[in-house]
Ligand binder design. Sequence first.
Ligand SMILES: NC(=O)c1ccc[n+]([C@@H]2O[C@H](COP(=O)([O-])OP(=O)(O)OC[C@H]3O[C@@H](n4cnc5c(N)ncnc54)[C@H](OP(=O)(O)O)[C@@H]3O)[C@@H](O)[C@H]2O)c1
Length: 375
Amino acid sequence: MSALVGIIGAGGLVGRRLAQALAARTDASLRLGGRRPDAYADLAAACGERATSHAVDIDDAASLAAFVRGCTLVVNAAGPSTRIGARVAEAALHARVDYLDPGGYDPLLDAFERDASRIREHGLRFVANAGLLPGLSGALPAALARTLPRCERLDVAYVGTDRWSWASAYDIVVSLGDFGLERPFCAIRNGSAERRPWWRASRAYTLPAPIGKVRAWRLYTEELARLARDERIAQVNVYGVNHGPASARVLAATKLLRRYRTEAGRERAAHALVAASERDARTHPACFAIVVDAYGEDAATHRQATLVIDDTYAGTAEVVAIAAQAMLERRIAPGAYSLHEALAPEWLVDRFLASGVRARLDWPPTQNRLREIAA
Ligand SMILES: NC(=O)c1ccc[n+]([C@@H]2O[C@H](COP(=O)([O-])OP(=O)(O)OC[C@H]3O[C@@H](n4cnc5c(N)ncnc54)[C@H](OP(=O)(O)O)[C@@H]3O)[C@@H](O)[C@H]2O)c1
């Protein structure tokens, strides 16, 4: 019997592309879900007989339980993820079904920690942060760090812009407040977040077209904190910027005025970001770049990798599709993970590049063939 993959949020920007990828590349049956099945009736028809549509509302526990029941794997592509929290994951655990989430972020990782032993006991696989940021954002630094005999320091920058959906914009706004923890500009030193003064809070980067010169600001990400801990990397500096000028202004104002603190502030800031990202799209094509500098024990040992992806939603859906296939193929041992911990990061990057997504990787000349490492 073929697997049954349930996708909640199948009509959304990520969910729609994911359903198409799984219909094309696997023999799994698809259960497409959302509150308005008419919004993706065309998708169900395009996916053929293997796809069925089911109305599901995450806010209604009975409808969520009915949707999850009988699935092999449930993907939560609904959003905003920070509003949904662990509700879909909890329904999947209750029904003994594997779970995958392109978002989830730090709050979902906390919920995974609480349920980790039950997830393992039931032989289930739960994977969060399976997109570009977070997701590939952890895998590429991990893959580059592992090319050094010992990595002492990682500097990582995320630069991008796109026409954000309201759900994604809302989650970006919440992430500015570090999911409720409100960390100042900081670096990760020997496993802990260490405050940095404002005059050391940014770094200039020159990136390939269409991005060019940008100034990126320090961020704390739990994904890289976990990577630093697991790979014993003493120093990690993470920077990020939305290089669309109107979006950057909205995000700077949201951060300075702490608009992420109240529900009304989050909603207003998310609407402003959607509108700003629409304006930016007229002059700045969608693009997402990851730049990683890895340093060895001796200061002369330095390797850099730069990945540029042309379409952030296609890239995100591709990462989710690769992770979903890997879960169906049982490539992941039972447990609860952030994506870069679930799969060999070299394998994931390699599969992503081979997927046909429009992306360019500049990888160190000494290690030019990533495939050799992935093998
Ligand atoms: N890691 C990454 O790189 C990355 C990148 C992009 C997005 N994401 C995350 O992926 C998620 C989806 O983003 P998106 O841009 O695809 O959003 P989107 O286009 O707005 O789609 C969200 C979908 O969720 C559905 N939905 C909302 N509330 C629901 C509920 N209560 N019950 C059932 N379905 C519900 C909506 O359908 P109905 O309104 O019809 O119900 C909609 O189809 C977001 O949480 C975002 O943070 C992660």
